[in-house]
Every structure is written in C-alpha cells, then in structure tokens.
Design a protein around this ligand. Structure first.
Ligand code: ADP
Length: 255
C-alpha cells in the first residue's frame, strides 16, 4: 500500500500550472510539484518573481519550468496562459488556482475598486483559469485545485470581501466537480488558515498572541503545510476525492 502511495505522488510526465507562484505559498506549491517530478508552469502577474522562482526550482529539482506573466483576473490572459503551457510543455494535467489578493479593510472603508481587485483575482482568477484550462484537463483526466481561506466562514473582521470570494470558490469547487466528474476531471479545494509568508509577516507580528490562541495546534502554518495538501489532492492517492474542501488550518478554533 505504501509503495502505491509513493507511486501516486510521482508526477513525472505531468504538467502542473500554479498561479501566483512567484512567491509565498504558491512558490512552495510549485517547488513541491517540481520535487515530485512535474514540469511546472510558474504563472504570476509579477514576471520577475515568476522568472526567479522558475529558475530556482528548475535548477534545484532538475525539472522543466516555464515562467509565464499573467493577470489571472483577465480572461484573455488566462487563455493565453493555458495556450502557452500547452504549446511549450505539451498539455496540462493539474491547474492550481493559488493566486489571490488579501489585505484587511473594514467593509465601510472599502470601495468598489478594492472589491474588484479582491474578487477579480481570488474569484474571477479561479473562474478564468479553470474555464480556459478545462478542455486540456478533460483531455488528460486532469485536476483543478482551488483555494478557500479560513475567512470564508465570515469570522474575520476586515476580510468580508476576500472571505466572500473564498466562500464562492468553495461553492464553485463543489458544483464544478459534479459537472465534470463524468469527464474524468477532479476538482478540490484547500482552505488554509494563516500561513507565514512575506505577505502576512506584519499581520502575524501584530496579532501573534491572538493568532496562537486561535489554533488548536499552537502554531500558524507554513507554506509547506499547504503544499503537501495540494500535492496530495492533485495526486492519484486522492483519485476518489472530488468536490471536497480540505481545511489546512491547524484546527482553527473560530469555525
Ligand atoms: P500568499 O500569502 O497567499 O502566498 P502572496 O501575496 O505572498 O500571498 O502571493 C500571492 C502571489 O500571487 C504573488 O506572487 C502575486 O504576485 C500573485 N498575484 C497577485 N495578483 C495576481 C494576478 N492578478 N495574477 C497572477 N498572479 C497574481
């Protein structure tokens, strides 16, 4: 059984696209798939970060990596991303919709521009890339991994809009899974709690005590905690799991 599990985590010959993988959680997710043998598309709106990450993980794990500049909130750019991946790497097996824009702001102090940015990247980014990738994923019985966030429950003041987008991702995951299961495509979601990244550094420092109180396992997450869940859900070890949201949150207590 363990040998089969290990084989299932071997992504050799597969092409994996991770959006928002120039830095943060996405970077570690991309590196984990490279370590597992996949060719990895490092897609990010920050092309310098994408190029640097692609170079670093390519040389570390000896797999093919392809940096692509994309704004996932734009449908045409999402289509171009998929076209480039297929043209350069021959197809697409796994799409990880990791790109997101957080940033706490009380709803009364927010404005439509802020909503557009958060919903544009965190929700529309997921819809755009998934819609663009589906024909390729159907071709290869592929997998989509979406991202919710602990804030989808509506328990985090300041994250109303971000949380709403993440709740939508969770619902979208389930419905899409029912629509494309018959085509051999699985769709799952990870729901991370607070994770140490450059983007969360200041927030984590400011709220360190409250944060620790909120996690049953007495620590906040690392990008690798999320990456191992994503790789598992994308792998054949999860071949009978679809429409699911896996909470990767150290037992977040504000559920
Ligand atoms: P996290 O803590 O969730 O990892 P980060 O801000 O560290 O958040 O990383 C998010 C990544 O998503 C960054 O590399 C960022 O450039 C990327 N990103 C943000 N907006 C977009 C977008 N519109 N299209 C593609 N990538 C994006």
């Amino acid at each position: 059984m363990l040998e089969a599990f290990e084989d299932a985590l071997d992504f050799s010959g597969q092409v994996v696209c991770v959006t928002g993988s120039g830095r943060g959680i996405g970077e570690t997710v991309a590196a984990s798939f490279a370590e597992a043998g996949a060719a990895v598309v490092v897609a990010d709106v920050d092309v310098d970060a994408a190029e640097e990450t692609a170079e670093t993980i390519g040389s570390e794990y000896g797999t093919e990596t392809l940096p692509v500049e994309v704004d996932v909130s734009d449908y045409d750019e999402a289509r171009a991303l998929v076209e480039t991946a297929v043209a350069e790497l021959g197809g697409l097996d796994v799409l990880v919709n990791n790109a997101g824009v957080a940033g706490a702001r009380r709803f009364r102090e927010s404005d439509p521009e802020d909503w557009d940015r958060k919903i544009g990247v965190s929700l529309y980014g997921t819809l755009n890339c998934t819609h663009a990738a589906l024909p390729e994923l159907v071709d290869r019985s592929g997998v989509v991994i979406n991202y919710a966030s602990s804030s989808y429950r509506g328990n985090d003041p300041g994250l109303a809009v971000y949380g709403a987008a993440k709740a939508a991702n969770r619902s979208f995951t389930k419905t899409l899974a029912t629509e494309v299961g018959g085509d051999g495509v699985r769709v799952n979601c990870v729901c991370p709690g607070t994770v140490h990244t450059p983007a969360t550094e200041a927030f984590v420092e400011q709220y360190a005590d409250e944060l620790l109180d909120a996690y049953a396992l007495d620590r906040i997450g690392d990008p690798a905690d999320v990456a191992s869940a994503v790789v598992f859900l994308a792998s054949d070890a999860a071949e009978w799991i679809t429409g699911e949201t896996l909470h990767v949150d150290g037992g977040y207590l504000r559920r």
